[in-house]
Design a protein around this ligand. Structure first.
Ligand code: PRX
Length: 663
């Protein structure tokens, strides 16, 4: 990172004023005593406070085992079941209370009480057993935002089978990669779902994925969105099983929750990294569940009486931790919805918030920018009343934060910005809402027990208030952290640990987790996260690796090579620009441009489509043969070019810029 870059970062953001948390919020907060920070400084015992929020079959013997860094174990010796903790244990007090409140797109609400959820989870667990799933089989789910998704997750965890949910927007090739990497033999999907008025044929993606030779699936369980099967859905005899048929055989059946060791896998969540192959972030049972239950209570401030709405998709980590496991572990009512926020009208979100009297609303800056663009007139007709608002996934610009505060929070809700990652399992940097003033654009202070730092490229710590951006690292383990990358310990070390750790040391203090983000630490101890330092992009809140897009693009026959760079976008945060070099006999054309965009839509999903395709004759290669995407990012964003001396040919970026400008 150049000094220049960090100076401009500071200049752009400027210092912001503080906002005090509203007294009415503080008065009811779960945590309003600052002593919480001291308690968690007692490492690792402080984290037992989160573990005690759960019901354990057997108490842990060791809080933390760091003897084999960076492969850590939390609450070793302890045993528990995640579905028991999210469902069964609430039945006595809250059996009739709504656990999941689902809004279907064409209308239709389902209120699923804890008692209903218990029945649904048990019956589906019985179906899983019936088709042969046993403990430790990894079950891949490819489900959209329907109640069957959390039901399937909890049913898997009930019988001790780790789940691996693949975002429904991913197409067949992306699904096939993830199925193969997880060695899954079972896939759970649905015939279709609604989006913007259309009943989409979803099962076809599974059919296509299963044609891939690397995939070895015995059984596909198919849920049905409506009473009738989607007209385009075919079922393959001997492989595809209609869940509805099997459920009829298991009506009212109860399956005892399987007691899992704290460090048994709860789930895999694939995420993008710096190479083309997605990484299977592996989360354990006891540490993860303790951490998300703890943060749901302390940070999201969920009370069992609250209606909580995390406006994300369960196909990403945010939904796993803060629609399903966290809120249900603390006995809340968690809202989920199907479809798009502007269908059938742009007031849909606020209409739902009013209808269900949502107290806590959790979303992304991209969504807030979208609401802001649509205008206040869409909010005005509705009488919603939030006490707590949050954002996640990308930096929020101070003016966007203020709009959220004024128009959504009506100046009476607390707002927290939460920084975390698929790998961290739960939020690791964010102000506890009753304990710190809000500052637009900053994520704030570390969560209790979390120990971040900002390092320069040389590994030296950058002191607070220097105004210099550096690598955001976490120097102490925490229970929500991933255990490893599924069956790839080596990559786990190289992606996250190698840069700043003494990798031959067996003392965990010498191991430092590199998040891959750059950040600035202000004199008041507040962090601002600026964005990724590697070739990972954040497109409208979706994490994408440049390499994944590039591998899709080079499948277009006329394309010789390609590099993708993020461009800042006023609403989506970032969009992808594709730089494409064509083969010698090909000429740039609208058809090829479309083929490039379609290749990404088909290989990955529509949500990843590049916004711009730039035909160029060269790409900026370093002398060691690596594409310097940083320079393309500068071109895409009209920034001054940084150091080009390590390039094979330092004049290339200027040449590319001219080619781009001439189009
Ligand atoms: O770059 C950071 C950004 O999102 C990345 C993690 O993406 P993912 O694993 O998909 O998880 C997203 C939801 C937890 C981070 O490396 N990011 C996340 N939260 C913030 C953020 N950037 C700035 N501010 C945030 N609050």
């Amino acid at each position: 990172m150049s000094g220049n870059e960090s100076d401009t970062i500071e200049a752009r953001l400027g210092e912001q004023e503080y906002y005090r948390p509203p007294p009415a919020f503080v008065g009811q907060a779960n945590v309003s005593d600052p002593a919480v920070y001291e308690r968690f400084e007692d490492f690792p015992e402080g984290f037992e406070e989160y573990a005690r929020l759960l019901d354990w079959d057997e108490h842990w013997e060791t809080v933390f085992d760091g003897s084999d860094p960076p492969f850590y174990e939390w609450f070793g010796g302890g045993r528990l079941n995640a579905s028991y903790n999210c469902v069964d244990r609430h039945l006595d007090s809250y059996g009739d209370k709504t656990a999941l409140l689902w809004e279907g797109e064409p209308g239709g609400t389902r209120r699923i009480a804890y008692q209903d959820l218990y029945r649904m989870v048990n019956e589906f667990a019985a179906v899983l057993r019936d088709v042969g799933v046993t403990k430790d089989d990894i079950v891949t789910l490819h489900l959209p935002m329907v109640p069957e998704l959390p039901v399937a997750m909890l049913a898997c965890s009930r019988i001790g089978a780790p789940h691996s949910e693949v975002f429904a927007g991913f197409t067949a090739p992306a699904l096939a990669d993830r199925l193969a990497d997880a060695d899954s033999r079972y896939l759970v999907t649905i015939d279709g779902y609604y989006r913007r008025g259309e009943f989409l044929d979803h099962k076809r993606k599974a059919d296509a994925a299963l044609e891939d030779d690397t995939v070895d699936i015995d059984t596909v369980l198919v849920f049905t969105r409506e009473d009738e099967l989607h007209p385009d859905t075919d079922l393959e005899d001997g492989r595809d099983v209609l869940v509805a048929d099997r459920l009829a055989d298991h009506h009212g059946e109860r399956i005892d929750p399987v007691s899992r060791a704290a460090n048994d896998i709860l789930f895999l969540m694939y995420t993008s990294g710096t190479t083309g192959k997605p990484k299977g972030a592996q989360h354990g049972t006891g540490g993860y569940l303790s951490y998300v239950a703890g943060t749901a209570k302390y940070l999201f401030d969920i009370h069992p009486t609250d209606t909580y709405w995390c406006f994300a998709d369960i196909g990403w980590i945010t939904g796993h931790s803060y629609i399903v496991y966290g809120p249900l572990a603390v006995g809340a009512t968690s809202v989920m919805f199907e479809g798009a926020p502007d269908h059938p009208h742009r007031g849909r979100v606020w209409e739902i918030a009013e209808r269900y009297d949502v107290d806590i609303f959790h979303t992304s800056p991209t969504a807030v920018r979208m609401f802001m663009k649509w205008g206040e007139k869409h909010l005005q007709p509705y009488d919603f009343d939030f006490k707590h608002l949050t954002t996640v996934g990308e930096p929020i610009q101070p003016e966007v934060w203020r709009w959220y505060y004024e128009h959504v929070g009506k100046e009476s809700a607390v707002i927290i910005d939460t920084w975390w990652q698929t790998e961290t399992g739960g939020v690791v940097i964010s102000n506890l809402p009753a304990l710190a003033d809000m500052k637009p654009g900053s994520v704030g202070q570390p969560m209790p027990g979390i120990s971040p730092a900002i390092l320069g490229g040389d590994g030296e710590e950058i002191e607070p208030g220097m105004g210099t951006a550096g690598y955001l690292v976490l120097s102490r383990p925490w229970p929500g952290m991933l255990q490893t990358l599924y069956e790839d310990d080596e990559r786990y070390i190289s992606e996250y640990w190698e840069t700043f750790s003494e990798t031959d040391s067996d003392d965990w203090h010498d191991w430092v987790y590199k998040a891959g983000d750059s950040a600035v630490l202000a004199a008041d101890g507040y962090y601002r996260v600026l964005g990724r330092l590697d070739d990972v992009m954040n497109v409208a809140g979706h994490r994408l690796g440049s390499m994944e897009l590039e591998s899709a693009i080079v499948e277009v026959p006329q394309v010789a090579e390609s590099a993708v760079a993020p461009r800042d976008h006023p609403e989506k945060g970032q969009v992808a620009d594709a730089y494409v070099v064509l083969k010698e006999d090909a000429e740039s054309s609208e058809e090829i441009r479309e083929a490039v965009v379609n290749a990404v839509s088909e290989e990955i999903g529509k949500f990843a489509r590049p916004e711009n395709v730039e035909f160029v004759t060269v790409l900026p290669y370093t002398r060691s043969g690596k594409i310097m995407r940083r320079l393309l990012t500068e071109i895409s964003n009209d920034r001054e070019l940084s150091d080009t001396t390590t390039l094979e040919d330092p004049s290339v970026p200027e040449e590319i810029r001219q080619q781009v400008e001439s189009h």
